[in-house]
Design a binder for this molecule. Sequence first.
Ligand SMILES: NC(=O)c1ccc[n+]([C@@H]2O[C@H](COP(=O)([O-])OP(=O)(O)OC[C@H]3O[C@@H](n4cnc5c(N)ncnc54)[C@H](OP(=O)(O)O)[C@@H]3O)[C@@H](O)[C@H]2O)c1
Length: 101
Amino acid sequence: MATPETPSSTTVLVTGGSGFIGSHVILQLLAAGYIVRTTIRSLGRETEVRKTLKDAGGDVDDRLSFYAADLTKDEGWPEAVASCTYVLHVASPFPLEVGNP
Ligand SMILES: NC(=O)c1ccc[n+]([C@@H]2O[C@H](COP(=O)([O-])OP(=O)(O)OC[C@H]3O[C@@H](n4cnc5c(N)ncnc54)[C@H](OP(=O)(O)O)[C@@H]3O)[C@@H](O)[C@H]2O)c1
């Protein structure tokens, strides 16, 4: 018989944890008791993003981890998604190059 899933045993990946939607999703998941991973393009922003989430009331110490991954590259995604039960993909790249018609 399969082990019942509970939030405390379920890992959710949220892409784009530095974004408006991503940060709100992370706060909701943490409040519901989930283990949360999030991607940011550079781990150099982890402290800043973690502080923003903490200031907004998130319990960011034990159940939140950060992975570096960019949607325009393959690197980092296998590690970020490994062992996750769910992925909430809310990161959104804005390519600056616009082709001429
Ligand atoms: N905000 C709204 O009210 C709203 C409503 C409806 C739909 N949406 C949609 O929801 C999505 C997210 O919106 P948002 O308001 O949260 O946008 P946002 O605040 O601009 O956040 C975008 C997120 O995507 C990340 N990102 C950008 N380029 C990336 C790349 N190449 N690889 C990986 N991550 C990348 C950003 O990371 P960096 O910090 O590294 O830039 C940031 O975390 C968008 O598709 C938007 O159209 C938003």
